[in-house]
Write a protein that binds this ligand. Sequence first.
Ligand SMILES: O=C(O)CCC(=O)C(=O)O
Ligand SMILES: [Fe+2]
Length: 270
Amino acid sequence: MADCSYLLNSKQMARFVSDGYLRFDELVPAELNTAVCKEMDLHGVPREKAGARFDDIWKEAAIGRVFRMPEVAGIIRSLVGSNPIYDHHAVHTVPAGHQTGQIWHADAIIDRRMFSAFDIQFFYFAHDTPREMGGTMILPGSHYRYISETDIARYQNFLNQAPIVCKAGTVVVVHHGIWHCAQPNRTDRVRYMFKLRLNPAVRQLRLWNTDDIDDPEIPGLLSISHKWYGNEERLEQVNRIKFWRYLTGDDTFDNHYWLSRIENEPTMAS
Ligand SMILES: O=C(O)CCC(=O)C(=O)O
Ligand SMILES: [Fe+2]
């Protein structure tokens, strides 16, 4: 079981709801990053059976030590609960000198869940990833815009897109709907990014440390603008309120009256 002191707090959860990801810079220690790089270089990371329980996988592999770190286990437990289900992993590489970026996409063409159970994906960068090496590009706040994988491929750049340029040991956890793409690698070294998808095995209800659930900063965090929405910004406010209701179990939660006003269907005669 994860140490409770490493659970996410409500403000971090509110950011996850607004942004669709959380970023933890240089979380994994150098010794473990080196061991994982060697593992990826030499023979890859052992593939496990889809549907396996997370506690049963990678007992020997260095990558298992990364995801069992109390800090990482706390993130997992806060978002998908204890002992989640292993979906798949991938060692994503961009060859040295690769001049083109991947097309924008979301990973799950078949996943239509919205404001309910959700999967998470870890993007783990075991070596330094400067901009010239790419850094997976993500679009903050795109996770409620469900698309069929590469539907958005005709777009090149978005306002406020964010490349994950980082030092070794950085871990980013994303909602399964996030739009993202690999970037060109203009260095003479291969770029690695380790991705892991996990499914929850429990109802994702208040799994994090909710001591700060009434923090006055939360409404503001749930209202952050990522700018690229244009006229549809209010739609995103409503999406976040719906997701926050799911996560907290509070069906009456609202933020700036956005959702209540469109739920107002009086039945009483005048
Ligand atoms: O390599 C990356 O940075 C992203 C790769 C990716 O998203 C994919 O292949 O699905
Ligand atoms: Fe992807």
